[in-house]
Design a protein around this ligand. Sequence first.
Ligand code: SF4
Length: 476
Amino acid sequence: MNLAEKIRFLRKQHRLSQGELGKKVGVSNRAVSKWENGSSCPATDTLLSLATAFDVPLDFFLKHDENGIPAKNVEAGMESLRELYKIGRGPSSTHTLGPEKAARLFLERYPEATRYRAVLCGSLAKMGKGHGTDRCITEVFSPKECTVEFDLGAALPDRPNTLILSAYQGAKRLDSWEVYSLGGGSIEIRGQAFHKPERIYPHNSFAEICSYCQEKNLRLWQYVEKFEGREIWDYLSRMWQAMKSAMEEGLRAEGELYGGLHVKRKARHLLAQRHIDENAETRENRLVCAYAFALSEQNAAGGDVVTAPTCGSCGILPAVLRYVSERRGLGEEAILHALATAGLMGNLVKTNASISGAECGCQAEVGTACAMAASALGEMYSMTLDQIEYAAEVALEHHLGLTCDPIRGLVQIPCIERNAVAAMRAINAVNLANFLSDSRKISFDTVVKTMYETGKDMSRRYRETGEGGLASQYFS
Ligand code: SF4
């Protein structure tokens, strides 16, 4: 964001008119208007007053590019895997699950309101139509009136998905919430801690977890059980059942996906089609892709899927879990242990970086999902902790820089194929880790940090805004 965009964004965030802001910092509304259209800049002492009025550091105005964004402020520990794996409606956990959850909480708090208003900012505004954000929100408040507005102005760089909810009784505004959708269906409400999930894990780096597990002689799934309790297996079993039933539905479905791109469902065709000379490798690719397509197509159609770690990347982990468990004849227990292992790796990325395409590009969604799938396979193959870490690291490292540019915000192109490619890549990463883990130089923690930095340096055109990449090149 440039200086003009930052001032405009903060003024709107604080719900001030140009005149009201001018009064606060001792200038006319015309001066504020000129700052916001870029025809003049505030003097240094006025910038100081603006920083005080908006409660941001002066640096926020002085850094005009996105390279100066500080490292993520990571709190101690990590949240439960229940905050990572969630059943919800596609096509985008950030744009559907998060806003829907916020709207439900808001409705619970203000059921007496006669009407509601939602303002979508940043990526929520730019991709909200394709992702169906407006539909999700109005359905929650129905049959009461809810107007949805799309504010296409710039969002704060570290808050790319902001939603402002307001409740009214007649002309009187009861309250407003500023909600940030963080990815994977998680939300934060400005100034409120009531919904903040507890951090049940004491560690938040793979290095710490690994040394703890080595000291206590634990596998990663045992580490998960230790801090989540045995009840986690019921929860993960529910997630696996939901993954399987969404996959089955996707494998049966036919026809075109909605949204006007005329994308035909292909999972069923992939499953049924056999190459005349099909060898083991071709068959593996075909089946893994069919499973990944099935879930991604269900997601694109707005069906219920499990975030792994997001809706957009929901096909990767279940595809490899199903394929490998079928091939090796593994039962549910082995699959749940693999899900727990994968969840831990996804949780590390979510805690230390981001799993949101709007924040860090597709590397944060599909890259993370690929790392989760690789670690799950590592557990299914009874690999060492070192090999599991290597597999996850390879999987994420080779997605670094991957942009998020879904055409018309529909989570169809490139997302569906991308899930299939990442599922195959997870299998390759595990094979590589099996042979080469002794020689590795980069840790999983390092690649997570690198992914976050890369995402923050990435132009926002490539972070789920529809302004760059395939989204801006495709005209039809
Ligand atoms: S490009 Fe990747 S991050 Fe963006 S919507 Fe598609 S799957 Fe999600």
